[in-house]
Structures are given as C-alpha cells and as structure tokens.
Design a protein around this ligand. Structure first.
Ligand code: 13P
Length: 259
C-alpha cells in the first residue's frame, strides 16, 4: 500500500525516548537502528533522546538519513533562564526536530497553550521542525469535547505562524489516555481527530498547505497496531514512546510505515 498522500506530505516515524536510556547507550542503539533502517525509503525517521544525549545522537546518526530531535526547548530566545536550552542552541548542535507541548510537559511542568505557541515560533524561527503535540484527556473525551479541545490547542499553537512555514511543521495527535497505557485509540477514531486537525488547517491556510502537513498519531503505538493506524488517510506517521526504546521494535514500526 503506497499511500496516495505521499505525493503531498512526508510519512514520519519519530521515537520519543522521554527520560529513558543513558548517554552510553546511544552508540549501540544508533548502530543497530542504522543497520536495520538502511534501506528505508518512504519514511523519514527521527530519534528524540533527552537533551543531554543529543550530541551523542548527532554523532552517531550523522552519516545516516535518521534525524535527531529534542524533546523540549525554552520559549525565550536567551538570557537568565537557568536550566533551559534555547532553540538556537539546540539547532546549533545539528538537531532537526523538536517535540513541543507534549502532554507530560503540560501536565508536570506547567506548559500552557500560550507557551506551546511561543516554543513553536522559536523553533520555526531557528530552523527546527516542531512536532506540536495536542490531545484530549479521558475526562474531556467522556464529556464529548475532544474536537473542541484539539481545535483550541492547535489554533493557539499555530497562532502567528504563516502559511509558508507550515511545510516545516508537524502535528502529533496524542490522546492522553492512550499514552503509556497500552490503550490505543481505534484507528478510525484516531483518524477522525487527525482529519479534524486537517480541516482546521484547511480553513486557516487553504487546501494546498493543509495537505502538505504531516499529522502523526501517538499513544501506545507498537509493532502490532502500527499498520492499521498508518493505513488511515489522515495519519501520516507516529510519535512512538515505549516501543521506540528497543531498536528492533522501533524498526518494525518503521517498516509498517515504509509500506
Ligand atoms: P507511548 O508510545 O509509550 O504510549 O508514548 C507515546 C508518547 O507519548 C510519544 O510522545
């Protein structure tokens, strides 16, 4: 199944390591993944380790098509922000992507829709591709406000980002109740939300821009359910947590996306 929409937008599989593995694990992980993924053609691959491991990841993936992503950046450009990393600093390492507004950052580190928007703009300004995460909680889903929540998050995240920058933006739909729980959204259900996101992009930026944006699904994606999810017309890839920690499992998902 070669997806028709590959004419317009990329298929992307990104691994979010979250706060797992060690700097000393990066080389062996990278060597294994590079060997296995050498022939992958239809799918862009990204690995997003903790920021302290980015230099090691850049070094190991330097001679491959596998891109490196950060998990966060500061919403400010520079200055007295102890403990933070700016978009420019991350970009200067050779990093290509940055995950923005992951639900764990919203939940545990007080990120808001407004800070997500500032970070997305900082990423774009510095040549990083933001992977902007949106998603509803279980309560919100049960209250029937999934679409409203996703629309608000997406609209605020993209506020002030012009159409000509949208080709370098990735959106990840990650229902919070599906993250790390083993509960995946049903493929059609996940596609419905991704389709709504694309509708919003169409209303805001027009059809050409909307069809050029890759929309990923995240939440307990694994080698068993990836094919079903990735076969959906508005799901253009995955943001993979747990299953990306093992290069073999991650590769199995990449293979499913490369079909
Ligand atoms: P899991 O794949 O572990 O559910 O995590 C998904 C996620 O949050 C990716 O960013």
């Amino acid at each position: 199944m070669i997806k028709m929409n590959r004419k317009y937008r990329k298929t992307i599989i990104a691994g979010n390591w979250k706060m797992n593995l060690l700097p000393s694990d990066v080389r062996s992980y990278g060597d294994k993944l590079k060997r296995m993924a050498a022939k992958i053609k239809w799918c862009d691959i990204a690995v997003c380790p903790p920021s302290v491991m980015l230099p090691a990841a850049i070094k190991v993936f330097n001679d491959s098509r596998i891109g490196v992503g950060a998990q966060n950046i500061c919403d400010q450009a520079k200055g007295a922000y102890t403990g933070e990393n700016s978009a420019a600093q991350i970009r200067d390492l050779g990093v290509k992507y940055v995950i923005i507004g992951h639900s764990e950052r919203r939940q545990y580190y007080g990120e808001t829709d407004i800070s997500v928007n500032l970070k997305a703009k900082a990423a774009v300004k510095n040549g990083l591709i933001p992977i902007i995460c949106v998603g509803e909680s279980l309560d919100q889903r049960e209250m029937g406000i999934t679409i409203e929540q996703i629309r608000i998050q997406t609209k605020i995240a993209l506020f002030g980002i012009p159409a000509d920058k949208m080709r370098k933006i990735v959106i990840a739909y990650e229902p919070i109740w599906a993250i790390g729980t083993g509960k995946t959204a049903a493929a059609e259900e996940a596609n419905e939300v991704c389709e709504e996101i694309r509708k919003l992009l169409r209303a805001q930026y027009g059809a050409r821009t909307a069809r050029s944006v890759s929309i990923l699904y995240g939440g307990s994606m694994n080698e068993a359910n990836a094919s079903d999810l990735l076969a959906q017309p508005d799901i253009d890839g995955g943001l993979v947590g747990g299953a990306s920690l093992d290069p073999e499992k991650f590769h199995a998902i990449i293979l499913a996306a490369n079909q």
